[in-house]
Design a protein around this ligand. Structure first.
Ligand code: XLS
Ligand code: CA
Ligand code: CA
Length: 439
């Protein structure tokens, strides 16, 4: 067994005072917060595609990443080396999970049959590693967007042969996710969207996407896959308009096609901001609809405005995200998957560790602050008071639907001198600062 990251040992918790870039300052896996360890709360995962497939290539230039497997030329040997590197990296970081697309772990061959054989070979190798490692699969998914056959989408392609191909790919990816004990299966829309309505039958495309997901639910039952199905919303990129625009859109979609009991959400921070929402908004929308599942942890850059997938280092975002996770009762099958890539300029192998450490510390700090905020319930109390008018009198009659427009008009005619109270936003933002700064 080769060691790829020779200059990195197991990353330890050294605490706030440490200036060792290869140590945790806030993430202390065994520290107990509210009856659960940090490791159990946060359920971190490494994203195979960015960490092992990412090269730093962008539209203006070639990849810059220097990786210890760069000298391996045979595609299957390379795929095997990356399996080894994945277990080494996860173990050294103490990250308990990883996530992959089918095509991340095994390269596509010239026929589907041959591609599936390659997948089987790599899955057998991963299984072998899992026998001695505690690293598990958080979720599997399908890459049905990269190959040119998916130029017009997968399940929403106008070409039924493409629909069939994508179905066979998801079928296989579900089988290997089951075989590897994956706890969830993710559906991110890939190219499920459109460029122009001049050539698009939107109704047929949406109906087909509904049919496709329905077939996936049927097949999961057939093979006994008990993992959670997750949908990951995104408003644009690669298509101009992605059908799974945001959480609210997906909630409507699931209800239209009768799929709301079979799916939950995988919320990505960068996709939230692309949809002009905050990360917290998307998490709350999922939670209040009973559909919170998992998180793709990253952050965008509002000045750039595209899906930059940066490692999460913004403490406000991680605090409010963990606040929502706690309000949702914590993760069950889900977790925090670093769908994040090191910047093109951070091309050294050790940058992969620095980046994950920064992300893990930022979420650990967010968890600690959020836990305190949730247990002290100051914000809850303020919100409760703000809506107190619905607890009695006319408010309670509205909530209980005891009144209609006629009764409300009668009430309003007698109570038309309305008094409002301040929303005190700045006080609340100051309170949040105090929590973050004093913890
Ligand atoms: C792309 C998505 C993708 C999904 C998995 O923007 O984030 O990586 O998470 O297919
Ligand atoms: Ca994602
Ligand atoms: Ca993304």
């Amino acid at each position: 067994m080769s060691e790829f990251f020779k200059n990195v040992d197991k990353i330890k918790y050294e605490g706030k005072g440490s200036d060792n870039p290869l140590a945790f300052k806030y993430y202390n896996p065994d520290e107990v917060i509210g009856g659960k360890t940090m490791k159990e709360h946060l359920r971190f995962a490494v994203a195979y595609w960015h960490t092992f497939q990412g090269t730093g290539k962008d539209p203006f230039g070639d990849g810059t990443a220097l990786r210890p497997w760069d000298n391996i030329t045979d595609p299957m040997d390379l795929a095997k080396a990356k399996v080894e590197a994945n277990f080494e990296l996860c173990e050294k970081l103490g990250v308990p999970f990883f996530c992959f697309h089918d095509r991340d772990i095994a390269p596509e061959a010239s026929t589907l049959r041959e591609t599936n054989k390659r997948l089987d070979e790599i899955v057998a190798l991963i299984k072998e590693y899992m026998k001695t490692s505690s690293v598990k699969l958080l979720w599997g998914t399908t890459n049905a967007f990269g190959n040119p056959r998916f130029v017009h989408g997968a399940s929403t392609s106008p070409n039924a042969d493409v629909f069939a191909f994508a179905a066979s790919q998801v079928k296989k990816a579900m089988e290997i996710t089951l075989e590897l004990g994956g706890q969830n299966y993710v559906f991110w829309g890939g190219r499920e969207g459109y460029e122009t309505l001049l050539n698009t039958d939107m109704k047929l495309e949406l109906d087909n996407m509904g049919r496709f997901l329905g077939m996936a639910v049927d097949y999961a039952k057939e093979i006994g896959f008990k993992g959670q199905f997750l949908i990951e919303p995104k408003p644009k990129e690669p298509t101009k308009h992605q059908y799974d625009f945001d959480t609210a859109t997906v909630v409507g979609f699931l209800k239209t096609y009768g799929l709301e009991k079979s799916f939950k959400m995988n919320i990505e921070a960068n996709h939230a901001t692309l949809a002009a929402h905050t990360f917290q908004h998307e998490l709350m929308t999922a939670r209040i609809n009973g559909l919170f599942g998992s998180i793709d942890a990253n952050q965008g850059d509002l000045l750039l405005g595209w899906d930059t997938d940066q490692f999460p280092t913004n403490i406000y975002d991680t605090t409010m995200a963990m606040y929502e996770v706690i309000k949702a009762g914590g993760f069950t099958t889900g977790g925090l998957n670093f769908d994040s890539k090191v910047r093109r300029g951070s091309f050294e192998p050790t940058d992969l560790f620095y980046a994950h450490i920064a992300g893990m510390d930022t979420f650990a700090k967010g968890l600690k602050v959020a836990y305190k905020m949730a247990s002290e319930a100051k914000f809850d109390k303020i919100i409760e008071e703000r809506y107190a008018s619905y607890k009695s009198g006319i408010g309670s009659d509205i909530v209980n639907r005891k009144v209609g427009f006629k009764e409300l008009e009668k009430y309003a005619l007698e109570n038309d001198q309305i008094k409002n109270v301040s929303g005190r936003q700045e006080v609340l933002e100051g309170m949040l600062n105090n929590y973050i700064l004093n913890d």
